[in-house]
Design a protein around this ligand. Sequence first.
Ligand SMILES: Nc1ncnc2c1ncn2[C@@H]1O[C@H](COP(=O)(O)OP(=O)(O)OP(=O)(O)O)[C@@H](O)[C@H]1O
Length: 232
Amino acid sequence: MLKVQGLTGGYGDSQVLFGIDFEAQAGQAVSLIGRNGMGKTTTVRTLMGMLPARGGSIELQGKVLGRLASHVVARLGVGLVPEGRRVFGSLSVEENLVATARAAEGRSGWSLDRVLDLFPRLRERRRQSARTLSGGEQQMLAIGRALMTNPQLLVLDEATEGLAPLIRHEIWDCLRTLKREGMTIVVVDKNLTEMASLLDRHHIVEKGRVVWSGTPEELKSRADLAHRYLGI
Ligand SMILES: Nc1ncnc2c1ncn2[C@@H]1O[C@H](COP(=O)(O)OP(=O)(O)OP(=O)(O)O)[C@@H](O)[C@H]1O
């Protein structure tokens, strides 16, 4: 479904990615983990076409991305839940969701009703402006908004950052539901224990490269890796 090989990139003169390799099979959930500043968000931005890939390749269902504009990447079926949520504060919950809606081509897709079924809290607050929502509710809205684009691949950058444990659990539950329904998911996150039951594979990013990949069980048995690359 998604295959990233030897991806290089960065900002202006500063190279951040030195050869990122990872893949997600259809229906799998995988992570990019690693300490701050190692290139996870830069990988996500490059994947989404927000930064140009300088070298290497990104393939989504056999189509080559990497030099496509972000709206084209979105149209090809990649939904982003960006770091910092970025909901439209002055719009209502419902307006935020409808703003990104795009019909699924030939698939039974996400509708406003289906997103509000997934997040009953958003249904209760559908007429409220997004800025009046709690952080957790804004995160749900950011996920709902990405779903409204009817993605085949959902990419979440620090979706649980700064949220209370109960809300984090709701978000992980929702991602498990989406995975059961066949969604392919890439998450950047720090909560290794909470992610374990969702993920098929972790990828550790260190200085712009994927230096290790394996299952959550394998990572758990390698205290040396957690210490060396994750600072725990
Ligand atoms: N807009 C930018 N312009 C220039 N350099 C940037 C920009 N954004 C990030 N960087 C640099 O790129 C490097 C990788 O940052 P990135 O945000 O990808 O790290 P990360 O692994 O996602 O960590 P974090 O958890 O802190 O977001 C860092 O050295 C950072 O300072």
